[in-house]
Design a protein around this ligand. Structure first.
Ligand code: SF4
Length: 140
């Protein structure tokens, strides 16, 4: 089974209501085995406020850009729910730069909004990596 960030499949689940359809990926994977996921749309719908990652004294937190609400626990719970429903996923294709889905390209800011890193893992993927020990993770 292959799990894919839903925006890469062309679903309009991004914060702005758009998608990030990846034609090359779609050409090269077996579509009958795909499980799509979008942790943010499950929590907030689309369109929605964007989320940014901040390094805090409590660790990296996913914060809404308008409400300043902390979505970290909700996104982590989405990862748990996904794992419980789909324990047999062998490959993940993950949207790059996403504060939720990125593998190694998410931006993290300090509490004064200074950029600290552009190589971080999204909060959803960070949890997936704990539970799916044998899966392959690929960023797109
Ligand atoms: S990157 Fe992840 S959270 Fe963002 S729209 Fe795509 S699937 Fe949803």
């Amino acid at each position: 089974m292959i799990a894919v960030s839903a925006c890469l499949l062309g679903l309009n689940c991004r914060y702005d209501g758009g998608d990030k359809r990846d034609e090359e990926l779609l050409k090269n994977i077996d579509c009958s085995k795909i499980v799509p996921f979008c942790p943010e749309v499950n929590i907030l719908g689309a369109p929605r406020e964007s989320i940014d990652l901040f390094e805090t004294k409590y660790g990296i937190k996913a914060i809404g850009s308008k409400t300043f609400k902390d979505y970290t626990s909700l996104l982590e719970n989405e990862a748990k729910r996904f794992f419980e429903a789909n324990p047999d996923v062998k490959i993940f294709y993950l949207k790059s730069k996403s504060p939720s889905c990125a593998l190694s390209s998410a931006k993290v800011y300090d509490e004064d909004c200074n950029l600290l890193s552009q190589t971080s893992t999204g909060v959803f993927t960070k949890k997936l990596k704990i539970w799916y020990k044998r899966a392959k993770f690929i960023e797109r």
